[in-house]
Design a protein around this ligand. Sequence first.
Ligand SMILES: [Zn+2]
Length: 454
Amino acid sequence: MRAFDDPSVVLSRTRILDRFLDYVRYDTQSDETSDTWPSTAKQLELGRRLVDELRELGLRGVGEAQVTMDQNGYVLAELPGTVPGRVGLCAHIDTAPAFSGTAVNPRLVEGYDGGAIDVGHGIVLSPADTPELGQCVGDTIVTTDGSTLLGADDKAGIAAIMGALEILVQEPDIRRPAVRVCFNPDEEIGRGAERFPMERFDCPVAFTIDGSFTGEISVETFSADKAVVTFTGVAVHPGTARGKMVNALTWMGKLLDRLPMGEAPECTDGRDGFYHPIVASGDAASCTLQLILRDFDTEVLVERGRRLERMCAGLMAEEPRLGVTVEITKQYRNMFDVLSGRPEIAERLEEAVRAAGITPRLEPVRGGTDGSRLTELGMPTPNIFAGGVNFHGPSEWISTRVLAQSACTILNLVQLFAEYSLTKTKGIRHGRSPTHREPGAPAAGDLRAAAVAR
Ligand SMILES: [Zn+2]
Protein backbone atom coordinates (compact mmCIF):
# COMPACT_ATOMS: atom_id res chain seq x y z
CA MET A 1 0.00 0.00 0.00
CA ARG A 2 1.14 3.50 -0.73
CA ALA A 3 0.39 5.51 2.41
CA PHE A 4 -0.87 9.06 1.92
CA ASP A 5 0.15 10.90 5.08
CA ASP A 6 0.96 14.40 3.82
CA PRO A 7 -2.07 16.66 3.43
CA SER A 8 0.04 19.32 1.69
CA VAL A 9 0.49 16.90 -1.24
CA VAL A 10 -3.29 16.68 -1.66
CA LEU A 11 -3.62 20.47 -1.32
CA SER A 12 -0.96 21.16 -3.95
CA ARG A 13 -1.82 18.41 -6.42
CA THR A 14 -5.61 18.69 -6.48
CA ARG A 15 -8.30 21.36 -6.69
CA ILE A 16 -9.77 20.23 -3.36
CA LEU A 17 -9.84 23.71 -1.79
CA ASP A 18 -11.17 25.48 -4.90
CA ARG A 19 -13.86 22.86 -5.20
CA PHE A 20 -14.85 23.24 -1.54
CA LEU A 21 -15.05 27.05 -1.84
CA ASP A 22 -17.17 26.62 -4.95
CA TYR A 23 -19.58 24.05 -3.45
CA VAL A 24 -20.32 26.10 -0.32
CA ARG A 25 -21.54 28.98 -2.49
CA TYR A 26 -24.40 26.81 -3.74
CA ASP A 27 -27.44 27.18 -1.47
CA THR A 28 -28.50 23.56 -0.91
CA GLN A 29 -30.57 23.86 2.27
CA SER A 30 -33.07 21.01 2.63
CA ASP A 31 -36.61 21.46 3.98
CA GLU A 32 -38.30 18.98 6.29
CA THR A 33 -41.74 20.42 5.57
CA SER A 34 -41.47 19.64 1.86
CA ASP A 35 -42.89 16.46 0.36
CA THR A 36 -41.01 16.65 -2.95
CA TRP A 37 -37.87 14.68 -3.96
CA PRO A 38 -35.40 16.08 -3.29
CA SER A 39 -36.98 18.31 -0.66
CA THR A 40 -35.66 21.47 -2.37
CA ALA A 41 -35.01 21.88 -6.10
CA LYS A 42 -31.93 24.03 -5.42
CA GLN A 43 -30.01 20.93 -4.33
CA LEU A 44 -30.21 19.76 -7.95
CA GLU A 45 -28.04 22.68 -9.07
CA LEU A 46 -25.05 21.45 -7.11
CA GLY A 47 -25.94 17.89 -8.17
CA ARG A 48 -25.68 18.92 -11.84
CA ARG A 49 -22.38 20.65 -11.16
CA LEU A 50 -21.02 17.46 -9.57
CA VAL A 51 -22.17 15.36 -12.52
CA ASP A 52 -20.13 17.67 -14.79
CA GLU A 53 -17.05 17.50 -12.56
CA LEU A 54 -17.18 13.70 -12.27
CA ARG A 55 -17.43 13.44 -16.05
CA GLU A 56 -14.47 15.83 -16.44
CA LEU A 57 -12.46 13.58 -14.15
CA GLY A 58 -13.23 10.69 -16.49
CA LEU A 59 -15.50 8.70 -14.20
CA ARG A 60 -18.22 6.54 -15.72
CA GLY A 61 -21.80 5.88 -14.75
CA VAL A 62 -23.02 3.11 -12.49
CA GLY A 63 -25.13 0.69 -14.51
CA GLU A 64 -24.98 3.11 -17.43
CA ALA A 65 -22.28 4.67 -19.59
CA GLN A 66 -22.44 8.25 -18.35
CA VAL A 67 -22.37 9.75 -14.90
CA THR A 68 -25.92 10.93 -14.14
CA MET A 69 -28.16 12.24 -11.40
CA ASP A 70 -31.40 10.29 -10.95
CA GLN A 71 -34.86 11.85 -10.62
CA ASN A 72 -34.52 11.95 -6.81
CA GLY A 73 -31.25 13.91 -6.90
CA TYR A 74 -28.76 11.07 -6.26
CA VAL A 75 -25.50 11.44 -8.25
CA LEU A 76 -23.78 8.10 -8.94
CA ALA A 77 -20.36 7.55 -10.53
CA GLU A 78 -17.66 4.91 -10.74
CA LEU A 79 -13.90 4.97 -11.06
CA PRO A 80 -13.02 1.51 -12.39
CA GLY A 81 -10.63 -0.53 -10.26
CA THR A 82 -7.21 -1.91 -11.06
CA VAL A 83 -8.04 -5.04 -9.04
CA PRO A 84 -11.39 -6.74 -8.29
CA GLY A 85 -13.74 -5.50 -5.59
CA ARG A 86 -15.87 -2.43 -4.96
CA VAL A 87 -15.97 0.20 -2.26
CA GLY A 88 -18.52 3.01 -1.89
CA LEU A 89 -17.97 6.63 -0.82
CA CYS A 90 -20.95 8.82 0.10
CA ALA A 91 -21.45 12.46 1.06
CA HIS A 92 -24.56 14.61 1.24
CA ILE A 93 -25.36 17.63 -0.88
CA ASP A 94 -27.80 19.42 1.43
CA THR A 95 -27.15 21.72 4.37
CA ALA A 96 -29.13 21.90 7.60
CA PRO A 97 -32.50 23.71 7.74
CA ALA A 98 -31.42 25.05 11.16
CA PHE A 99 -29.50 28.04 9.76
CA SER A 100 -29.37 30.05 6.54
CA GLY A 101 -27.25 28.67 3.70
CA THR A 102 -28.10 31.54 1.33
CA ALA A 103 -25.18 33.59 -0.09
CA VAL A 104 -22.46 31.82 1.87
CA ASN A 105 -19.35 33.99 1.72
CA PRO A 106 -16.40 31.85 2.85
CA ARG A 107 -13.43 33.69 4.38
CA LEU A 108 -9.88 32.40 4.46
CA VAL A 109 -7.52 32.96 7.36
CA GLU A 110 -4.06 31.93 6.15
CA GLY A 111 -1.34 30.98 8.60
CA TYR A 112 -3.70 30.97 11.60
CA ASP A 113 -1.85 32.48 14.60
CA GLY A 114 -3.71 30.72 17.43
CA GLY A 115 -5.71 33.78 18.51
CA ALA A 116 -9.38 34.72 18.26
CA ILE A 117 -10.90 35.03 14.77
CA ASP A 118 -13.51 37.75 14.31
CA VAL A 119 -15.51 36.34 11.42
CA GLY A 120 -18.08 39.15 11.36
CA HIS A 121 -21.70 39.76 12.41
CA GLY A 122 -20.65 39.42 16.04
CA ILE A 123 -19.28 35.88 15.65
CA VAL A 124 -15.84 35.29 17.18
CA LEU A 125 -14.05 31.95 17.13
CA SER A 126 -11.49 31.25 19.79
CA PRO A 127 -9.55 28.21 21.02
CA ALA A 128 -11.14 28.75 24.44
CA ASP A 129 -14.61 27.92 23.03
CA THR A 130 -13.45 25.56 20.30
CA PRO A 131 -10.38 23.59 21.44
CA GLU A 132 -9.92 22.15 17.93
CA LEU A 133 -8.78 25.62 16.79
CA GLY A 134 -5.77 25.33 19.09
CA GLN A 135 -4.66 22.30 17.08
CA CYS A 136 -4.72 24.25 13.82
CA VAL A 137 -2.04 26.92 14.37
CA GLY A 138 -0.32 27.62 11.05
CA ASP A 139 -3.23 26.15 9.03
CA THR A 140 -5.48 27.89 6.56
CA ILE A 141 -8.88 28.21 8.24
CA VAL A 142 -12.09 28.73 6.27
CA THR A 143 -14.90 30.49 8.14
CA THR A 144 -18.25 32.06 7.31
CA ASP A 145 -18.82 35.81 7.33
CA GLY A 146 -21.02 35.30 10.39
CA SER A 147 -24.34 35.56 8.56
CA THR A 148 -24.76 31.97 7.32
CA LEU A 149 -23.57 28.49 8.10
CA LEU A 150 -20.52 27.35 6.13
CA GLY A 151 -21.81 24.03 4.83
CA ALA A 152 -18.60 22.08 5.48
CA ASP A 153 -21.27 19.62 6.62
CA ASP A 154 -21.11 18.05 4.16
CA LYS A 155 -19.48 19.87 1.25
CA ALA A 156 -16.14 19.07 2.90
CA GLY A 157 -17.08 15.41 2.47
CA ILE A 158 -17.84 15.96 -1.21
CA ALA A 159 -14.58 17.90 -1.72
CA ALA A 160 -12.53 15.23 0.12
CA ILE A 161 -13.95 12.52 -2.15
CA MET A 162 -13.31 14.63 -5.28
CA GLY A 163 -9.74 15.36 -4.14
CA ALA A 164 -9.06 11.67 -3.55
CA LEU A 165 -10.52 10.83 -6.96
CA GLU A 166 -8.21 13.38 -8.61
CA ILE A 167 -5.17 11.64 -7.13
CA LEU A 168 -6.45 8.20 -8.15
CA VAL A 169 -6.99 9.43 -11.69
CA GLN A 170 -3.47 10.92 -11.75
CA GLU A 171 -1.96 7.67 -10.48
CA PRO A 172 -3.46 4.72 -12.35
CA ASP A 173 -0.87 2.33 -10.86
CA ILE A 174 -2.28 2.50 -7.34
CA ARG A 175 -3.89 -0.84 -6.46
CA ARG A 176 -7.53 -0.11 -5.90
CA PRO A 177 -10.96 -1.71 -6.25
CA ALA A 178 -13.66 0.05 -8.24
CA VAL A 179 -14.62 3.19 -6.34
CA ARG A 180 -18.33 4.01 -6.46
CA VAL A 181 -19.44 7.46 -5.39
CA CYS A 182 -22.88 8.61 -4.29
CA PHE A 183 -23.71 12.24 -3.57
CA ASN A 184 -27.18 12.29 -2.04
CA PRO A 185 -29.74 14.95 -1.07
CA ASP A 186 -31.71 15.42 2.16
CA GLU A 187 -29.48 13.84 4.80
CA GLU A 188 -30.15 16.68 7.22
CA ILE A 189 -33.88 15.94 7.25
CA GLY A 190 -33.31 12.22 7.71
CA ARG A 191 -34.32 11.20 4.19
CA GLY A 192 -30.90 10.65 2.62
CA ALA A 193 -31.13 6.87 2.66
CA GLU A 194 -34.81 6.68 1.80
CA ARG A 195 -34.46 6.61 -1.98
CA PHE A 196 -30.81 5.55 -2.05
CA PRO A 197 -30.34 3.47 -5.23
CA MET A 198 -29.05 0.45 -3.30
CA GLU A 199 -29.36 -2.11 -6.06
CA ARG A 200 -27.54 0.00 -8.59
CA PHE A 201 -24.84 1.13 -6.14
CA ASP A 202 -24.26 -2.48 -5.03
CA CYS A 203 -21.13 -2.14 -2.85
CA PRO A 204 -20.17 -4.68 -0.16
CA VAL A 205 -19.02 -1.80 2.05
CA ALA A 206 -19.28 1.99 1.90
CA PHE A 207 -18.30 5.02 3.96
CA THR A 208 -20.03 8.32 4.58
CA ILE A 209 -17.52 11.18 4.71
CA ASP A 210 -19.61 13.28 7.06
CA GLY A 211 -17.83 13.46 10.42
CA SER A 212 -16.15 16.38 12.13
CA PHE A 213 -12.55 16.96 13.25
CA THR A 214 -9.41 15.04 12.37
CA GLY A 215 -9.28 11.34 13.24
CA GLU A 216 -12.96 11.03 14.12
CA ILE A 217 -14.50 7.79 12.86
CA SER A 218 -17.81 6.24 13.84
CA VAL A 219 -18.91 2.65 13.71
CA GLU A 220 -21.69 3.17 16.26
CA THR A 221 -24.85 5.24 16.24
CA PHE A 222 -27.93 5.24 18.43
CA SER A 223 -30.66 2.68 17.90
CA ALA A 224 -33.90 4.59 17.69
CA ASP A 225 -37.61 3.99 18.20
CA LYS A 226 -40.55 6.35 18.29
CA ALA A 227 -43.51 5.92 20.67
CA VAL A 228 -46.97 7.40 20.26
CA VAL A 229 -49.03 7.22 23.45
CA THR A 230 -52.75 7.96 23.12
CA PHE A 231 -54.87 8.75 26.19
CA THR A 232 -58.65 8.43 26.01
CA GLY A 233 -60.56 9.88 28.98
CA VAL A 234 -64.21 10.36 29.78
CA ALA A 235 -65.61 13.76 28.66
CA VAL A 236 -68.26 15.32 30.87
CA HIS A 237 -69.42 18.93 31.34
CA PRO A 238 -67.03 20.28 34.00
CA GLY A 239 -69.94 21.67 36.01
CA THR A 240 -71.31 18.19 36.62
CA ALA A 241 -68.07 16.23 36.36
CA ARG A 242 -67.65 15.07 39.94
CA GLY A 243 -67.00 11.36 40.03
CA LYS A 244 -67.52 11.07 36.28
CA MET A 245 -64.83 12.89 34.29
CA VAL A 246 -61.52 11.27 33.42
CA ASN A 247 -59.26 14.02 32.06
CA ALA A 248 -56.89 12.60 29.45
CA LEU A 249 -54.52 15.59 29.80
CA THR A 250 -54.18 15.04 33.54
CA TRP A 251 -53.14 11.45 32.99
CA MET A 252 -50.72 12.40 30.24
CA GLY A 253 -49.14 14.75 32.78
CA LYS A 254 -48.78 11.88 35.23
CA LEU A 255 -46.93 9.84 32.62
CA LEU A 256 -44.61 12.76 31.85
CA ASP A 257 -43.92 13.11 35.55
CA ARG A 258 -43.06 9.43 35.90
CA LEU A 259 -40.49 9.34 33.09
CA PRO A 260 -37.08 8.98 34.76
CA MET A 261 -35.55 12.47 34.76
CA GLY A 262 -32.06 10.97 34.87
CA GLU A 263 -32.80 9.36 31.51
CA ALA A 264 -33.72 12.57 29.68
CA PRO A 265 -31.49 14.04 26.95
CA GLU A 266 -30.65 17.00 29.19
CA CYS A 267 -29.26 14.61 31.82
CA THR A 268 -27.37 12.15 29.63
CA ASP A 269 -24.29 12.01 27.42
CA GLY A 270 -21.64 9.52 26.34
CA ARG A 271 -23.10 6.05 26.03
CA ASP A 272 -26.35 6.67 27.95
CA GLY A 273 -29.70 6.46 26.21
CA PHE A 274 -32.88 8.42 26.94
CA TYR A 275 -36.65 8.98 26.77
CA HIS A 276 -37.50 12.26 25.08
CA PRO A 277 -41.08 13.60 24.83
CA ILE A 278 -41.22 15.70 21.67
CA VAL A 279 -44.87 16.58 20.89
CA ALA A 280 -48.06 16.69 22.94
CA SER A 281 -51.46 17.44 21.43
CA GLY A 282 -55.15 17.01 22.15
CA ASP A 283 -57.72 17.94 24.77
CA ALA A 284 -59.30 16.71 27.99
CA ALA A 285 -61.23 13.99 26.16
CA SER A 286 -58.32 12.56 24.22
CA CYS A 287 -54.69 13.46 23.76
CA THR A 288 -51.50 12.12 22.28
CA LEU A 289 -47.89 12.22 23.41
CA GLN A 290 -45.02 11.46 21.04
CA LEU A 291 -41.67 10.38 22.42
CA ILE A 292 -38.42 9.28 20.92
CA LEU A 293 -36.46 6.49 22.59
CA ARG A 294 -32.70 6.17 22.10
CA ASP A 295 -29.97 3.79 23.19
CA PHE A 296 -26.72 2.38 21.82
CA ASP A 297 -27.74 -1.09 22.96
CA THR A 298 -30.68 -2.25 20.87
CA GLU A 299 -31.83 -4.69 23.59
CA VAL A 300 -31.89 -1.87 26.14
CA LEU A 301 -33.81 0.25 23.65
CA VAL A 302 -36.47 -2.42 23.23
CA GLU A 303 -36.65 -2.72 27.03
CA ARG A 304 -37.21 1.07 27.21
CA GLY A 305 -40.31 0.59 25.08
CA ARG A 306 -41.54 -2.19 27.35
CA ARG A 307 -40.97 -0.03 30.42
CA LEU A 308 -43.04 2.73 28.83
CA GLU A 309 -45.80 0.19 28.18
CA ARG A 310 -45.67 -0.95 31.81
CA MET A 311 -45.96 2.66 33.02
CA CYS A 312 -49.06 3.11 30.85
CA ALA A 313 -50.56 -0.15 32.08
CA GLY A 314 -49.97 1.16 35.61
CA LEU A 315 -51.98 4.31 34.82
CA MET A 316 -54.90 2.23 33.56
CA ALA A 317 -54.74 0.08 36.69
CA GLU A 318 -55.06 3.26 38.78
CA GLU A 319 -57.96 4.57 36.67
CA PRO A 320 -59.79 1.72 34.92
CA ARG A 321 -61.97 4.13 32.90
CA LEU A 322 -58.84 5.58 31.25
CA GLY A 323 -57.70 4.15 27.92
CA VAL A 324 -53.99 4.29 27.05
CA THR A 325 -52.46 2.78 23.94
CA VAL A 326 -48.76 2.72 23.11
CA GLU A 327 -47.57 2.34 19.56
CA ILE A 328 -43.83 1.86 19.11
CA THR A 329 -42.26 2.09 15.68
CA LYS A 330 -38.66 1.44 14.71
CA GLN A 331 -36.71 4.40 13.36
CA TYR A 332 -33.14 3.13 12.82
CA ARG A 333 -30.63 0.77 14.36
CA ASN A 334 -27.09 1.10 15.68
CA MET A 335 -24.81 0.20 12.78
CA PHE A 336 -22.66 -1.66 15.29
CA ASP A 337 -25.35 -4.35 15.38
CA VAL A 338 -24.03 -5.30 11.93
CA LEU A 339 -20.45 -4.01 12.11
CA SER A 340 -19.67 -6.05 15.23
CA GLY A 341 -20.01 -9.09 12.98
CA ARG A 342 -17.64 -7.51 10.41
CA PRO A 343 -14.71 -6.46 12.61
CA GLU A 344 -12.38 -6.24 9.61
CA ILE A 345 -14.22 -3.14 8.36
CA ALA A 346 -13.52 -1.04 11.47
CA GLU A 347 -9.98 -2.43 11.62
CA ARG A 348 -9.19 -1.33 8.08
CA LEU A 349 -10.80 2.04 8.70
CA GLU A 350 -8.59 2.61 11.73
CA GLU A 351 -5.56 1.45 9.77
CA ALA A 352 -6.37 3.94 7.01
CA VAL A 353 -6.51 6.78 9.54
CA ARG A 354 -3.22 5.73 11.15
CA ALA A 355 -1.58 5.45 7.72
CA ALA A 356 -2.56 9.11 7.24
CA GLY A 357 -0.44 9.89 10.31
CA ILE A 358 -3.46 10.49 12.56
CA THR A 359 -4.62 8.82 15.78
CA PRO A 360 -8.12 7.43 15.17
CA ARG A 361 -10.83 8.58 17.59
CA LEU A 362 -13.81 6.19 17.68
CA GLU A 363 -16.75 8.44 18.47
CA PRO A 364 -20.19 6.90 19.02
CA VAL A 365 -22.76 9.12 17.27
CA ARG A 366 -25.58 10.26 19.59
CA GLY A 367 -27.96 10.27 16.67
CA GLY A 368 -28.39 8.48 13.37
CA THR A 369 -26.55 8.86 10.09
CA ASP A 370 -27.54 7.85 6.58
CA GLY A 371 -25.03 5.08 7.24
CA SER A 372 -27.19 3.65 10.06
CA ARG A 373 -29.98 3.01 7.60
CA LEU A 374 -27.69 1.89 4.76
CA THR A 375 -25.96 -0.54 7.11
CA GLU A 376 -29.32 -1.93 8.12
CA LEU A 377 -30.25 -2.35 4.46
CA GLY A 378 -27.22 -4.59 3.99
CA MET A 379 -24.37 -2.21 3.11
CA PRO A 380 -22.12 -1.62 6.16
CA THR A 381 -21.45 2.14 6.12
CA PRO A 382 -19.29 3.68 8.88
CA ASN A 383 -18.61 7.41 9.02
CA ILE A 384 -15.30 9.26 8.53
CA PHE A 385 -14.27 12.81 9.48
CA ALA A 386 -14.48 15.48 6.78
CA GLY A 387 -12.94 18.29 8.85
CA GLY A 388 -15.73 20.73 9.67
CA VAL A 389 -16.31 21.97 13.23
CA ASN A 390 -19.36 23.69 14.84
CA PHE A 391 -21.88 22.32 12.32
CA HIS A 392 -25.24 23.94 11.52
CA GLY A 393 -24.48 27.54 12.49
CA PRO A 394 -22.47 30.67 11.71
CA SER A 395 -19.51 29.51 13.83
CA GLU A 396 -18.82 26.61 11.47
CA TRP A 397 -15.22 26.43 10.23
CA ILE A 398 -12.72 24.04 8.71
CA SER A 399 -8.96 23.74 8.46
CA THR A 400 -7.88 22.97 4.91
CA ARG A 401 -5.15 20.70 6.33
CA VAL A 402 -7.80 18.52 8.00
CA LEU A 403 -9.91 18.55 4.84
CA ALA A 404 -6.90 17.17 2.97
CA GLN A 405 -6.28 14.62 5.74
CA SER A 406 -9.78 13.33 5.08
CA ALA A 407 -8.80 12.81 1.42
CA CYS A 408 -5.58 11.05 2.55
CA THR A 409 -7.66 8.70 4.72
CA ILE A 410 -9.91 7.92 1.76
CA LEU A 411 -6.87 7.15 -0.44
CA ASN A 412 -5.48 4.76 2.18
CA LEU A 413 -8.86 3.18 2.78
CA VAL A 414 -9.53 2.49 -0.87
CA GLN A 415 -6.23 0.60 -1.13
CA LEU A 416 -6.96 -1.41 2.02
CA PHE A 417 -10.22 -2.58 0.46
CA ALA A 418 -8.59 -3.80 -2.77
CA GLU A 419 -10.05 -7.20 -3.64
CA TYR A 420 -12.43 -6.93 -0.70
CA SER A 421 -15.74 -8.67 -1.05
CA LEU A 422 -18.18 -9.93 1.50
CA THR A 423 -21.27 -11.95 1.39
CA LYS A 424 -24.21 -9.60 1.47
CA THR A 425 -25.64 -9.21 4.92
CA LYS A 426 -29.38 -9.64 4.79
CA GLY A 427 -30.11 -6.56 6.83
CA ILE A 428 -31.21 -6.80 10.42
CA ARG A 429 -34.61 -7.49 11.88
CA HIS A 430 -36.40 -5.36 14.42
CA GLY A 431 -35.27 -6.19 17.90
CA ARG A 432 -32.28 -8.21 16.83
CA SER A 433 -29.87 -8.68 19.68
CA PRO A 434 -26.85 -6.39 19.47
CA THR A 435 -24.76 -9.29 20.66
CA HIS A 436 -25.71 -11.31 17.60
CA ARG A 437 -22.53 -12.25 15.79
CA GLU A 438 -21.16 -14.39 13.07
CA PRO A 439 -19.45 -17.58 14.20
CA GLY A 440 -15.86 -16.80 15.11
CA ALA A 441 -16.35 -13.02 15.27
CA PRO A 442 -15.68 -11.25 18.54
CA ALA A 443 -18.74 -10.41 20.63
CA ALA A 444 -19.94 -6.82 20.41
CA GLY A 445 -18.81 -6.20 23.95
CA ASP A 446 -15.29 -7.41 23.15
CA LEU A 447 -14.87 -5.04 20.25
CA ARG A 448 -16.39 -2.18 22.23
CA ALA A 449 -14.00 -2.86 25.09
CA ALA A 450 -11.16 -2.94 22.58
CA ALA A 451 -12.31 0.36 21.11
CA VAL A 452 -12.39 1.98 24.55
CA ALA A 453 -8.98 0.54 25.44
CA ARG A 454 -7.45 2.16 22.39
ZN1 LIG B 1 -23.68 15.92 7.59
